[in-house]
Design a protein around this ligand. Structure first.
Ligand code: PLP
Length: 356
């Protein structure tokens, strides 16, 4: 082993988190969302740990093809559909369910020559105003899809802008209900937050992502602390040097931290080029030899520095957990002003990954 930074993926935690989702939405089928290379975990590494799912949802054609080549025969939902009409032969070949959010896609699907019709997800704009048809257009589009030989089944799909809020569902759900009135089709609406906290959104298929990887959709770990979910990724490293600062001395770039009294500092082999957020301030929690302490000073490209005051026994070679079971990724993200989603997706390719 060379440089000690390492990401360890707990595959049993993934399976456990899928079970938590199943208990939360017992009547729904589950699209396990594995976009962005399975939220930075590596699709090829982790998908088998989720193979009791009902389907996988993503948005990169390459990732969908990889799953097919590895032998996944169940449904695959492409969350943004095809980006250009020339992808349709591959959707056909690999039997991918496509979202449809814009007129040009419907036209392209109509004009395509397919071996067999495709299942489609008709996207309703819930008011988030990213993708989807306005509610008042849904009836017309739905009727049109039903007449198209290239369309097998139609499911209504939508997405919530703030399902992590207790009052974040009512208005978009009313818009969706209005769009779907009188349409007898399955529905898929719920992301992780809606799956955990808004049972009235479950319907036929839920689409959890971040909760499968063991982070909170609200960004606050305490919101999921009692749900039974467990972190999948642990980012760890070791102390590679120790400094003893005198009162008034500083550490690192920009002299962003100044010791008030004599203070032992550990230098950890992990930096922003590994995916640790450079913006994380002094005080961001970190676990050294199992003891909670804090970052001091600026995060460098390849190193960061930690306060060893609470762990005087720590020295060169002492293990450090940047995030994982002891320090939740949500805590680091909150200190850095972001969410766990971004940190897991930003894990750098140079970090070795092992699965357990
Ligand atoms: C990413 C995504 C999800 C999953 O979101 P989480 O918040 O990670 O659960 C569900 N549906 C769509 C359309 C998405 O893009």
């Amino acid at each position: 082993m060379s440089r000690p930074v390492l990401a360890t993926l707990d595959l049993a935690a993934l399976g456990n988190n899928l079970q938590v989702v199943r208990r939360a939405a017992p009547a729904a089928k589950v699209w396990s969302v594995v976009k962005a290379n399975a939220y930075g975990h590596g699709l090829d590494r982790i998908w088998r740990a989720l193979n009791s799912t009902d389907g996988f949802a993503m948005l990169n054609l390459e990732e969908a093809i990889l799953l097919r080549e590895r032998g996944w025969k169940g449904p695959i939902l492409m969350l943004e559909g095809f980006f250009h009409a020339d992808e349709l032969p591959l959707f056909d070949k690999y039997r991918l369910t496509t979202s449809l959010h814009s007129n040009w896609q419907i036209k392209a699907l109509q004009d395509a020559r397919l071996q067999a019709p495709l299942d489609v997800y008709l996207k309703i704009n819930s008011g988030m105003n990213r993708l989807g048809f306005m509610p008042e257009r849904i009836h017309t589009v739905y009727q049109q899809l039903n007449t198209m030989p290239n369309v097998a089944t139609v499911t209504l799909m939508s997405h919530f802008a703030e399902a992590e809020r207790a009052d974040g569902i009512a208005t978009p759900l009313a818009r969706i209900e209005q769009a779907a009135e009188g349409i007898d089709a399955p529905r898929s609406l719920a992301n992780s937050a809606a799956t955990l906290w808004h049972p009235e959104t479950h319907f036929d298929w839920v689409r959890p992502g971040v909760v499968l990887y063991g982070a909170s959709p609200s960004g606050a770990w305490q919101d999921v602390a009692n749900s039974g979910i467990r972190p999948v990724m642990t980012l760890s490293s070791e102390i590679i040097a120790v400094q003893t600062l005198k009162a008034g001395e500083t550490v690192g770039y920009g002299c962003r931290y100044r010791a008030q009294t004599e203070q032992r500092i550990g230098v950890v082999a992990c930096g922003y080029a590994d995916g640790y957020p450079r913006i994380a301030p002094s005080g961001t929690p970190v676990l050294v030899d199992g003891i909670r302490t804090g970052i001091v000073g600026a995060i460098s490209m390849d190193m960061l520095t930690v306060d060893l005051t609470p762990c005087p026994q720590a020295g060169i070679g002492t293990p450090v957990e940047l995030w994982g079971n002891g320090i939740k990724i949500d805590e680091v993200a909150a200190a850095a002003g972001t969410v766990g989603y971004e940190l897991m997706c930003a894990l750098a390719p140079r970090v070795p990954v092992v699965t357990v």
